[in-house]
Design a protein. Structure first.
Length: 74
């Protein structure tokens, strides 16, 4: 009887290892996809900034007690 439990346990462990491997691959794939999306967004934003369609703030007001800090554009 202990041999049957041992075989079942090995099978379950094998399945668990396979599932973990699959999750790791999915996570790596997701990270790669997110990196591509981030790179595409950054490239599009840089093109918009260069074309003058977007502006970037250069200074933020840090006066004490300001509830609504004002962004100063260059």
């Amino acid at each position: 009887m202990p041999e049957v439990h041992s075989i079942t346990l090995r099978r379950l462990m094998g399945v668990a290892v396979a599932m973990v491997d699959e999750l790791v691959l999915e996570e790596k794939s997701l990270r790669a996809m997110q990196q591509k999306m981030d790179d595409a967004f950054c490239a599009a934003m840089q093109r918009a900034i260069n074309a003058g369609k977007e502006i970037t703030p250069t200074v933020v007001s840090k006066n004490p007690g300001t509830k609504k800090p004002k962004i100063v554009f260059a």
